[in-house]
Design a protein around this ligand. Structure first.
Ligand SMILES: N[C@@H](CCC(=O)NCCCC(=O)O)C(=O)O
Length: 250
């Protein structure tokens, strides 16, 4: 019997009480299990202590998760963050090198929100540090004083571009998505293809041109209640299918 694909899920470093932990949100590991049909494996944010060749040789897919923390701007030659900005150098040191290595090795990759931003930075792109302060761009942040159901509710339309992965898996040309981010793509990295745009022109999804397997980043959160939104579920199913194909080659 074919085994379940083993799908890495990136963790954040979190301080809980007086100690530090490696954490991955329940909605991400659950979406890997029920949406992609994979066996989730949480990858600690241990940076250079992770033996990446060994890890990549074991995985059939990788999900780069969202996080309230922001990528340290020196990774994209950005100006220093405002004091108090949440960062996670352990996570940056884990995910940024892992993305290009995974894509080069033909391992299916899905990046969500921070994970999407990490993909852009890993391939040489830059980020707006405060999208809401850029003239002409909308405020893409969630109403954080509201219950989670409201924060993650559909917030704006998205224009899916023809001929890409999202179009290919049957997403309509316009869908509604949630929006929970303060940063966003400034300069798209070379080799990334635009898959979807917000009404203000912000890039909300891209794929990696020439990748030998599924390699998609999305700025919104398809993992949120993945089974109740057919467009969100279609993304996880396509990712899972690519991971199963990879696992079948072992
Ligand atoms: N911090 C970045 C990335 C935003 C992001 O990933 N939000 C997710 C929050 C928690 C979660 O749902 O996992 C930004 O602000 O742009």
């Amino acid at each position: 019997m074919a085994r379940l694909p083993l799908i890495g899920v990136t963790a954040c470093t979190r301080q809980l009480g007086s100690q530090s932990y490696h954490t991955a949100g329940d909605k991400y590991v659950r979406a890997v299990a029920v949406g992609a049909g994979g066996l989730p494996l949480v990858i600690p944010a241990l940076a250079e202590l992770i033996d990446q060749p060994t890890l990549l040789a074991s995985l059939d897919g990788l999900l780069f998760t969202g996080s309230p923390s922001n990528i340290e701007p020196h990774h994209y030659q950005g100006s220093a963050s405002e004091p108090g900005t949440p960062h996670d150098p352990g996570r940056d040191g884990t995910t940024l090198p892992l993305i290009s290595a995974a894509v080069a090795a033909g391992i299916p990759v899905l990046g969500i929100c921070r994970g999407f931003q990490e993909m852009n930075v890993a391939f040489g792109g830059t980020l707006h540090q405060k999208v809401h302060e850029v003239e002409g761009l909308m405020d893409h942040r969630e109403p954080d004083d509201q219950p989670l159901e409201v924060q993650y509710a559909p917030r704006h339309p998205l224009h899916v571009q023809p001929g890409g992965i999202l179009d290919g898996i049957g997403l309509p040309s316009e869908i509604q998505v949630n929006s929970i981010h303060g940063q966003g793509v400034e300069r798209l990295a070379p080799g990334l293809r635009v898959e979807a745009l917000a009404p203000d022109g912000l890039v909300e999804a891209f794929s990696v041109e020439g990748a030998s397997s599924f390699a998609l980043g999305v700025q919104w959160h398809p993992e949120w209640q993945v089974r109740s939104n057919p467009n969100y579920l279609a993304i996880f199913q396509a990712f899972g299918e690519a991971c199963r194909k990879r696992a079948g080659k072992r």
